[in-house]
Write a protein that binds this ligand. Sequence first.
Ligand SMILES: Cc1ncc(COP(=O)(O)O)c(C=O)c1O
Length: 447
Amino acid sequence: MPKDYPNVVVAPPGPRAKAIIAQDELYASPSYIKEYPLAVERGEGAMLQDVDGNTYLDYMAGIAVASTGHAHPAVVAAIRKAAGDFLHVCSTDFYYAGFSALCERLAKLAPGPQPKKVFLTNSGTEAVEGAIKLARSHTKRPNIIAFEGAFHGRTMGAISLNSSKLKYRRNFGPLLPGIFHLPYANPYRCPRGQAQARCKADCSCSADYSASLFRERLSPDEVAAVIIEPILGEGGYVIPPRDFLQFWRDFCDEHGALLIFDEIQSGIGRTGRMFAAELLDVTPDVILLAKGLASGMPIGAIVARESVMTWERGSHGSTFGGNPVCCAAALATLDLIEHGLMQNAARRGAELLAGMRQLQQHHEAIGDVRGAGLMIGVEFVKDRTTKEPFEGFAHDVEMAAFRKGLLLLSCGRSTIRLAPPLVLDDYDVSTGLRIIGEVLSELRVPA
Ligand SMILES: Cc1ncc(COP(=O)(O)O)c(C=O)c1O
């Protein structure tokens, strides 16, 4: 059947959306962002429909979560079956088949030849908290190195690691002690001012920046872990040079620290490979997952080398982590990702990337287009020479696209992320590119 979305029949928010928003504003916490007034009723594949009958093409997947598309029949069937069997028994204290099967599946999927063990959580931030505890308990050391631009979640340990936006930390201190931030290697904005090509070919900024840290403030033998997003998510969809990740792999090997990759956004097929670690060919000791793992059901994971996951029985647990319904959704999701969707992400991602690079030739405001699979960042600048971030423009693009029926989401200071469900087809790619092109033409900044 030919596709007929997007179709905006009532300027959003329509009357039914307005009623929901009014109720929300009265009773929901004011801390929620609420990026734009989208009130969803149902979804199918890469299509979302709002409560007023508008349909949208979804290029944000509920922040890179709806990996198999909305309401994939195989995932929904797995959820229905598991929910009909039993809803809860607590994995911390008892056993069930789906939980152990998911642990085995993730342990075997994770990169690197050594055996792995898995701890299942409810969310990304809970995986980050657990990883901090694991690193400290395994190494008996207190300190952690994190990176500028990083986003790891909303709980106390995670916000202590964050460095993408002040609002995530302001007024919440004192935060966790022992966290040291260093610059993230961003080829478009090399912290040392190197040209993009040189930065990609020969990245040495970590060696330079860490030298003064280790000379003046922190002894390497007191570092428990280095935590890195192998592709920066919330901080701007930045792919670092491989050298950057390898530098920290070598550091951890030399000094006995753990290398933790936060793949909560980049993992589970989004980059066209199961993990960004495989794409960039650097193997961490611990890998953190959530978001796309169960197509939208709440679950996360800490996957660590067996020799690292040494905490004693009872030292860490979770009432809901690895809930049976979520485990079933995750197993069904992994079947789909491994057998088709990951490959589709690579193929459609390459088409989207090429299409965006063509648009870049016609629109001066696009400073940089980068990405892997269906994790693509489009960064806007005021001037291509100075690369001054075009503050506010990504939001304007996002709003204009929303009114035309394309759902986008910004990240970093002036970047739009393209993070659609991995089910995108030819129609979805060409439609998304057409709408982004129209939006950029209409918002064209006078020279
Ligand atoms: C890289 C990364 N880590 C951690 C988190 C936190 O995950 P959650 O919102 O499930 O707690 C996010 C969420 O956006 C993320 O992108």
